[in-house]
Design a protein around this ligand. Structure first.
Ligand SMILES: *Cc1c(COP(=O)(O)O)cnc(C)c1O
Length: 361
């Protein structure tokens, strides 16, 4: 026995992990939380009851391992996606973060590279580097878009094993035109991942990369139940791709990675998709109103196809973020300096945010 405490630096940690900080948005106990892009509407009492029944129905089998291949859930997800997608083209995991991790494990690794266009989702470079893959940031355009010619040039220059395109992009809200994705698919030597975590929130007429799946066996479209589906606590993400891609992921996934409880809860949520997705309309309208209000107040606001809005510009964004937090509203200090991101909440939450921002300027 010794009473000296061990610190991380005493452990034989991988050299490339030394000095890293654990990632995650602050989880603070404040009245209004608009910092992680969750759907603010909890499940209805009717859905809560259905979820309870679904878990009770499988509870008697919890001594057994779950369906390793989540076949029924994948069928339900394929039906939900449409676009002619079949269960053999769908794969599910514990959040789309785990999906991305499995993609890196199968197609990245030491000696390989992944490219992204930042500002974008911070987990792409983190999961990439933790998998031993080298990350390349080729930057978005000044207006947060991505001009196809520039994306193509970056891919031709770096020849990455994996390309990440996020549409609608987090934290900017920006969608990519299909032509840009098609141009990337033409030149990419490896896999192309289109992260569509916010797809359900996109504005009318904004297409999904799902329509590009036929004839593109190296395209992977990732989705999640954490945002529009209001199931962040369930941890279910999924992808659509050529069945051969799923064969590749089966090599790296842990057996029984998706618990029987998770599968039952996700299938019940999908059976109630009309109720869950009805809030999406409300949130899109609330988002568009928020963009209008922020612009009316003289802020610069990025067009948003998601359930959050990036706005600025503040010489000292930390002061504004803190001022808003002091009034009980937590938003996110993320993305390019001078900008802040706020998730779209309920009308009451948005009123609290507007008042807090007014008082903090
Ligand atoms: C929130 C988010 C995800 C998803 O996460 P889960 O692990 O499914 O909760 C993936 N990609 C982007 C761009 C996101 O913002």
């Amino acid at each position: 026995m010794t009473d000296e405490t061990t610190s991380l630096s005493d452990l034989p940690l991988r050299d490339d992990l030394r000095g890293r900080e654990p990632y995650g948005a602050p989880q603070l106990d404040v009245p209004v939380r608009l910092n992680t892009n969750e759907n603010p509407y909890p499940p209805s009492p009717r859905l809560v009851a259905a979820l309870g029944r679904a878990v009770a129905d499988i509870a008697g089998d919890l001594n057994r391992y779950p369906d390793r291949d989540a076949v029924e859930l994948r069928k339900d997800l394929a039906d939900y996606l449409g676009h002619g997608v079949t269960a053999a083209q769908v794969w599910a995991a514990n959040g789309s973060n785990e999906i991305i991790q499995q993609i890196l494990q199968a197609f990245g690794g030491p000696g390989r590279t992944a490219i992204g266009f930042e500002p974008s989702y911070s987990m792409h470079p983190i999961i990439t580097e933790v998998s031993g893959t080298r990350w390349i940031d080729a930057h978005r355009d000044a207006d947060f878009g991505l001009e196809a010619g520039r994306a193509v040039a970056a891919i031709e220059e770096h020849r990455p094993d994996i390309v990440f395109l996020t549409s609608p992009n987090n934290p900017t809200g920006t969608s990519l035109p299909l032509e840009a994705i098609e141009a990337v698919l033409k030149v990419a030597p490896g896999m192309v991942v289109v992260d569509e975590a916010y797809a359900e929130f996109r504005r009318e007429g904004t297409p999904s990369a799902l329509s590009l799946l036929p004839g593109n066996p190296r395209l992977i479209v990732t989705r999640t139940m954490s945002k529009a589906f209001a199931m962040a606590g369930t941890r279910v993400g999924y992808l659509a791709a050529d069945p051969a891609v799923i064969d590749a992921l089966l090599l790296v996934r842990l057996p029984y990675h998706l618990s029987a409880v998770t599968q039952a809860v996700a299938r019940t949520a999908l059976a109630h998709q009309d109720e869950l997705l009805s809030a999406v309309e409300t949130l899109r309208a609330e988002r568009d109103a928020l963009v209008g209000w922020l612009r009316g107040e003289g802020h610069t606001v990025a067009d948003s196809d998601a359930n959050f809005v990036l706005f600025g510009r503040f010489a000292d964004r930390r002061r504004v973020w803190q001022g808003i937090l002091d009034r009980g509203v937590l938003i996110r200090e993320v993305g390019p300096p001078e900008w802040l991101r706020v998730s779209v909440g309920t009308p009451d939450e948005m009123a609290a945010f507007r008042a807090a921002l007014e008082a903090s300027k």
